[in-house]
Write a protein that binds this ligand. Structure first.
Ligand code: NAP
Ligand code: ZN
Length: 349
């Protein structure tokens, strides 16, 4: 066991602060990683503040990790010392259920091990995330990161990137499809970039008029305000696919009306509150309301390679570890452009 420096939340209503963490020594199939950068996902905030219930304190969030390999176990074949690698939202799964065999580890029937606030496959060791100097992960769940992209801007691809890439692929987005993205934050800005790279006609749906210029720079073809009901009415029946990334309660029915017949709305955001759906919102127009959870390891590697090929990274604001509590407040206020990323060197010093 090695002690490493980390930042943890000890209680739902307390700011995060320094915390010393034990990481296991690398086993035969393990990779030890020195963390260089870790993105700040809204899921970190929901979990640190126990907004979904079930948070096990102290919790070390962080599942958008990029770093360098500092040690490998004797049987590791995928990675070498010094490689640049990434870790996303999960660090293990059973490996033998139907979904694991189909490269859908995120839907492991025996429960996948999330990067933090979860259990390893022994079902008793608690996982701690990327707000720390080092992490040890079994090699299958360690991604190769293309060296030619700026690493601080690659980190958010490990969650925000794959979470948006996976449904765009699964629902077969192609050239000319009318795709709407709801909420311009971490996930939303990646959805815009990736959907545009896939050739879709992309509309940004936002409650924040000041983000219109940014949406355009990110590659959105249209920007529409969701706070104006006349404007919403005007878009009735317009979209093939809606990607909803909103982190707080909002009326799904209002967005379902914007779908074409047979259109699909994908929920990615996980507001803590329950939302009511009217059956009529789906029945009229044979519409689908679906959800999607990150993406499997194979697909995450495919997404990283796709982003390298298209020169896609996240737009980031790099912070030091001790700025994390301010970053949380700014994220909740929608004041993020468009992902905070922690420079982990600030924790080492
Ligand atoms: P984020 O950066 O905070 O972005 C969320 C965006 O939602 C905001 O920028 C804002 O965009 C909009 N929004 C926020 N509050 C709102 C409100 N009260 N009413 C209407 N719009 C509001 O968050 P994120 O990191 O992208 O994460 C978004 C959600 O996805 C979170 O709930 C997170 O837990 C979840 N998530 C899910 C998965 C998955 O696998 N499904 C993976 C990662 C994250 P505008 O200002 O443009 O309206
Ligand atoms: Zn995330």
């Amino acid at each position: 066991m090695t002690q490493v420096k980390a930042y943890a939340a000890h209680q739902a209503d307390q700011p995060l602060g320094p915390f010393d963490l034990e990481r296991r020594n690398p086993g035969p199939l393990d990779v030890e990683i020195e963390i260089l950068y870790c993105g700040v996902c809204h899921s970190d905030i929901h979990t640190a503040r126990n907004e979904w219930g079930g948070t096990m304190y102290p919790i070390v969030p962080g599942h958008e990790i990029v770093g360098k390999v500092t040690a490998i176990g004797a049987q590791v074949t995928k990675h070498n010392l010094g490689d640049t690698v990434g870790i996303g939202c999960f660090v293990d799964s059973c490996g033998y259920c139907h979904n694991c065999k189909e490269d859908l580890e995120q839907y492991c029937e025996n429960g996948h091990s999330q990067t933090y606030n979860s259990f390893l496959q022994d079902k008793k060791t608690i996982t701690y995330g990327g707000y720390s100097t080092h992490i040890v992960v079994t090699e299958k769940f360690v991604l190769r990161v293309p060296d030619k992209l700026p690493l601080e801007a690659v980190a958010p691809l490990l969650c925000a990137g794959i979470t948006t890439y996976s449904p765009l692929k699964h629902w077969n987005v192609k050239k000319g499809d009318k795709v709407a993205v709801v909420g311009l934050g971490g996930l939303g800005h990646m959805a815009v970039k990736i959907a545009a790279a896939m050739g879709a006609d992309v509309t940004m749906l936002s409650r924040s008029p000041e983000k219109a210029k940014d949406a355009d720079a990110l590659g959105a073809h249209h920007f529409e305000l969701t706070t104006d009901s006349e404007n919403m009415k005007k878009m009735t029946g317009r979209f093939d696919l809606i990607i909803d990334t909103v982190s707080a309660q909002h009326d799904y029915n209002a967005y379902l009306h914007l779908l074409k017949t047979d259109g699909t709305m994908v929920l990615l955001g996980v507001p803590p509150e329950m939302e009511q759906i009217h059956a009529g919102s789906l029945i009229f127009g044979r519409k689908s309301l679906v959800g999607s959870l990150v993406g499997g390891i194979k697909e995450t590697q495919e997404m990283l390679d796709f982003c390298a090929e298209h020169g896609i990274v996240s737009d980031v604001e790099v912070i030091s570890m001790d700025q994390i509590n301010v970053a949380y407040e700014r994220t909740i206020a929608g004041d993020v452009h468009y992902r905070f990323v922690i420079d982990m060197a600030s924790l080492k010093n």
